[in-house]
Structure formats: C-alpha cells, structure tokens
Design a protein around this ligand. Structure first.
Ligand code: SAM
Length: 185
C-alpha cells in the first residue's frame, strides 16, 4: 500500500455505514478519492489551496513543502482533487477556505470522523483540533497525520499539540499506519 492508501485505510476502518466525515487538508485529493471509492461515506473536503505568498509564517516554519507551493502548483493540486472526486459529487462537499472558517459552517456533534492534515505547526494543529473536536459525535473519531514522524526535515508541532490535547481531555490516543493518530470522542 502506498502511504496515502495507508492513511485512507485508517479512516475507512473507523467509518460506520453512511458516515459523514471531514478531511482537513486535501491537497491532490488522493486520500479523499480512496475513502469515497471504498465506503458509502459523505466527505467534507477542506483546503484553502493558497499559494506560498499567502501562507502564514507559522506554516512555512514547519518546512512542509506545501507551504511553499507557488500559485500554479496549488491550482494544479486543486484541479486534480476536483477531478478525482467528480464522480462522487453527490457525496463529496468541497470547502475551499481555511479550516477554521469551514468548521464554523458545520454543526456541532454531526461528524462521525475528522482527519486533520493541514498546517502542521503547533498553533495550526491546536487550532484545528479546537475547531473540529466539537463537530464530532459522541463515539466518533478525531485524528490526523504526521504524529511521531521522525523525518528530520520537518519542524512539525503535531506531537506537542496532540499530546497537550490528550492530556487536557483524557481521551485515549491510538497510533496507526503512516504516522496517523486517532482518539475516540
Ligand atoms: C499535507 S497536505 C494534505 C495531504 C492530504 N491529506 C493527503 O493525505 O494526501 C496539506 C494541505 O493542507 C492545506 N492547508 C494548510 N493550511 C490550511 C488551513 N489553515 N486551512 C485549510 N487548508 C490548509 C494545504 O493547502 C495543503 O493542500
């Protein structure tokens, strides 16, 4: 399995039938496509698709390559994502906006699962967890990518943000394929 298929698998096996889920940070839509193809879930796909000159400094400080993508590459990613999920358009809802803005448009306690994979800075992940945790139903799942990723090229704040949130809430942390983290709400 390729890494994006592994990430998708961690989502797929946590979804109940007819689930409503959200992926925060979509990029090219590879994970979204895999989830939509292998489940009957509906998926809210959130990505701001902003070029590097509009990205916050805290995101660039993580050294994530996608914080440095120029406008033409970002447009290509967006076109690719839209094309990948076109055939599922009844079940895919695309929100081209910031994570926090998108969360404000979703009712509390309505999602079966949220997967956070956007701005990997400490502040970014904390903000995304704070914005999306209330959207998840009781016994739903919140999770994300790049927890305990040992790749020294990155300065991700994911571990600190997730560990802090786990300590505050007392939720139980699970790790899964390809550096994903998960907690049942
Ligand atoms: C690591 S990629 C997502 C990869 C995708 N989840 C996958 O597994 O293939 C991160 C994406 O998050 C988006 N992003 C970063 N900060 C964001 C924010 N604050 N709100 C919405 N999207 C954001 C970027 O545009 C980028 O496409």
């Amino acid at each position: 399995m390729r890494p994006f298929e592994q990430r998708a698998q961690t989502i797929i096996r946590r979804l109940p039938p007819h689930a409503l889920a959200a992926e925060i940070g979509v990029l090219r839509g590879q994970v979204s496509e895999c989830v939509l193809q292998n489940t009957d879930a509906s998926l809210i796909m959130v990505d701001s698709w902003l070029p590097s000159d509009q990205q916050p400094e805290r995101y660039k400080a993580t050294k994530d390559q996608h914080a440095f993508d120029p406008a033409e590459i970002v447009s290509k990613h967006k076109r690719e994502a839209l094309a990948r999920v076109h055939r599922f358009r009844g079940r895919a809802q695309i929100k081209e906006m910031s994570s926090v803005e998108a969360a404000s448009q979703v009712e509390d306690c309505t999602l079966d699962l949220v997967f956070i994979d956007a701005d990997h800075s400490y502040e970014g992940v904390r903000e995304d967890i704070a914005a999306w945790f209330p959207k998840v139903k009781a016994s739903g799942w919140i999770g994300g990518h790049d927890y305990q990723n040992p790749d020294a090229r990155f300065c991700f704040g994911v571990d600190r943000a997730v560990d802090g949130w786990i300590e505050e809430t007392g939720c139980t942390l699970e790790t899964d394929l390809n550096f994903t983290w998960w907690a049942r709400v």
